[in-house]
Design a binder for this molecule. Structure first.
Ligand code: SF4
Length: 328
């Protein structure tokens, strides 16, 4: 296998707040292969949206630390000058469908003008940019003259198609989808998922699909990364994660989705997502982990030392890696 399309190494992103430094993303590494959909699954506060922001470099103003490396087609892009990133990478190589973005459309500006704004910023002519916008609208199943309409003239599903059209407009290789269907009803959600599958085939895209919904992720994912408290705790091929989860947190998540494991009663993981200002020492999941609670030999390990990354056996061609003392 060749070089990964995207390689993230030890990425960290911290925010400064009045209560202290929030370690929103704290040492995340993974690869995305060509043509792959990697689902990044986690609860609110797990760092999954922060990861999305890091990859397109749109972090909030109170950022305190951006660290690590991001290689896109072998080229480091996390630390390149912003001007260069804006001109060559954002939208053109890696685009994002941000969370609840359809509600962020400006009500008093025509769809077309909103779509072409990033392209104009890159120095493209208005005529050329409008053509790209119309092509993209057509590709997502909307009429070309949608460029002349205003957001309030469109349904929620149509607005989400506009946002997706924006993301593919400059022919990127990677699209980051941050909860792309969360604000939609079930039917529209299914339509959007089908659209995403079709676009991926047609344009040879690779996706990073960010969601809290494991069942939804299973529709699209080739690989799955599970995030907890700013870290990836388990990553592997989708079937390995769904059928043979190894991390206690992943196991809890999977068993709480009734459609994935119908033979199991609905369960949930007691306890709360920890603070990212003062995260628990050692494994951040240890205050909620039943293995830690029940097995004496884990005392002094899980609550004190960073868990090791262990490669476990899996069926998929992708490495199955879990960060947990149970497998050492
Ligand atoms: Fe549980 Fe320890 Fe594994 Fe963390 S490292 S998930 S506390 S067994």
């Amino acid at each position: 296998m060749g070089m990964a399309l995207l390689e993230v190494r030890n990425a960290r992103l911290y925010y400064a707040t009045t209560k202290g430094v929030v370690k929103a993303l704290d040492g995340v590494s993974f690869e995305l292969n060509e043509g792959e959909t990697l689902a990044v699954v986690g609860e609110t506060g797990s760092g999954k949206s922060t990861l999305a922001k890091l990859l397109v470099r749109v972090w909030e103003r109170n950022v305190a630390l951006v660290d690590g490396e991001v290689y896109l087609e072998g080229r480091e892009v996390l630390h390149m000058p912003e001007e260069e990133f804006r001109r060559e990478i954002r939208w053109r190589k890696i685009a994002m469908v941000p969370q609840s973005s359809m509600n962020a459309l400006n009500p008093v500006i025509k769809i077309g003008d909103q779509m072409i704004e990033p392209l104009l910023l890159q120095g493209m002519s208005k005529e050329e940019a409008l053509k790209m916008a119309m092509d993209a609208l057509e590709a997502v199943g909307l009429p070309r003259d949608t460029v002349n309409r205003y957001p309030h003239q469109l349904s929620g599903g149509m607005k989400q198609r506009v946002i997706i059209a924006m993301s593919i407009m400059a022919h990127p290789r990677i699209i980051i989808l941050d909860e792309p269907t969360s604000a939609l009803d079930v039917i529209t959600q299914a339509n959007i998922m089908n659209l995403l599958k079709r676009l991926k085939r047609e344009f040879g895209l690779s996706y990073i699909f960010i969601t809290h919904d494991l069942a939804l992720a299973s529709e699209l994912a080739d690989a799955v990364a599970i995030m907890y408290a700013g870290k990836i705790v388990e990553i592997g091929g989708a079937e390995d994660i769904y059928l043979d989860p190894r991390h206690p947190y992943t196991q809890g998540l999977i068993s709480s989705v009734p459609t994935l494991r119908t033979d199991k009663a609905l369960s949930f993981i007691p306890g709360e997502v920890p603070s990212l200002i003062n995260p628990p020492p050692g494994c951040r999941f240890h205050p909620r982990c039943v293995f830690y609670r029940d097995r004496d030999y884990l005392k002094g390990l899980c609550d004190a030392k960073e868990p090791p990354e262990v490669e476990v056996e899996g069926k998929s061609s992708r490495k199955h890696v879990v960060s947990c003392w149970l497998y050492k």
